[in-house]
Design a protein around this ligand. Structure first.
Ligand code: ATP
Ligand code: MG
Length: 221
């Protein structure tokens, strides 16, 4: 369903060229839960950004279903991202000028969903994540673990088929890890595809995981 074929990704920063991914190939079936594992700098976030249509590949081919999307124009990729994926960012990327519920409901704004419905859907997720009392706090008034749970809620608000999670448990305490893993488990039962990166093995995820992919210096080993 998602196919990455001989993909290389180079970043150029000043005079330094980094080969963040080096000829990697992977196929992920619909409904699978795949963990990306490997040391810092090995290419996990880059891989997630590519399959989340957030960055373009340098070489190779990217497929979604039967369609090769590698060369789709930007506005097509943005539409795919909005409609098909929910992305939990490693750095959360919440907007500081907005409240918790507004941040969560932002993906629904371009779809023309009314404020009343957006707030109701955000509140439902906030309750599941034990955060309903923080609905009207500004994003910068939240603790790190709270921000991470808000970032998770925002990724789920449009009920995406593909959930991409970059170190989604790194700031969360054990009790909330269980809540988040249970939510991911429910989503998997509903047939969602889940792809998540972790620095360290995350035993709590074991019951959900279909396969683990190890990255090392931009290669899958
Ligand atoms: N925008 C960028 N510009 C230049 N280099 C980058 C950029 N993003 C990532 N890199 C480089 O690409 C390599 C892979 O980075 P990436 O973020 O994919 O690693 P990672 O496996 O997610 O690491 P971590 O576990 O620390 O999050 C790193 O060496 C990093 O410095
Ligand atoms: Mg990363």
């Amino acid at each position: 369903m998602i196919k990455v074929e001989n993909v290389t990704k180079n970043y150029i920063s000043g005079k330094v060229k980094v080969r963040a991914l080096d000829n990697v190939s992977l196929e992920i079936e619909e409904g699978e839960c795949v963990i990306l594992s490997g040391p810092s700098g090995s290419g996990k976030s880059t891989f997630l950004n590519i399959i989340g249509f957030l960055t373009r590949i340098t070489k190779g081919r990217l497929w979604l279903g039967d369609e090769e999307v590698s060369h789709f124009p930007d506005h097509f990729l943005s539409a795919l991202r909005r409609e098909k994926t929910g992305f939990i960012f490693q750095q959360f990327n919440l907007l500081s000028g907005y409240t918790t519920w507004e941040n969560i409901s932002l993906p629904l704004v371009p779809m023309g969903v009314s404020e009343k419905v957006r707030r109701a859907r955000a509140m439902k997720l906030l309750e599941e994540l034990n955060l309903e009392t923080r609905a009207d706090f500004m994003a910068n008034e939240l603790s790190g673990g709270e921000q991470q749970r808000v970032a998770i809620a925002r990724a789920l608000i449009n009920d995406p088929g593909i959930i991409l999670a970059d170190e989604p448990l790194s700031n969360i305490d054990a009790a909330h890890v269980k809540i988040v893993v249970d939510i991911l488990g429910e989503l998997k039962k509903r047939g969602k595809t889940i792809i998540a990166s972790f620095h360290h093995s995350q035993n709590e995820m074991d019951k959900l995981v279909d396969s683990t992919v190890y990255f090392e210096s931009g290669k899958i080993c």
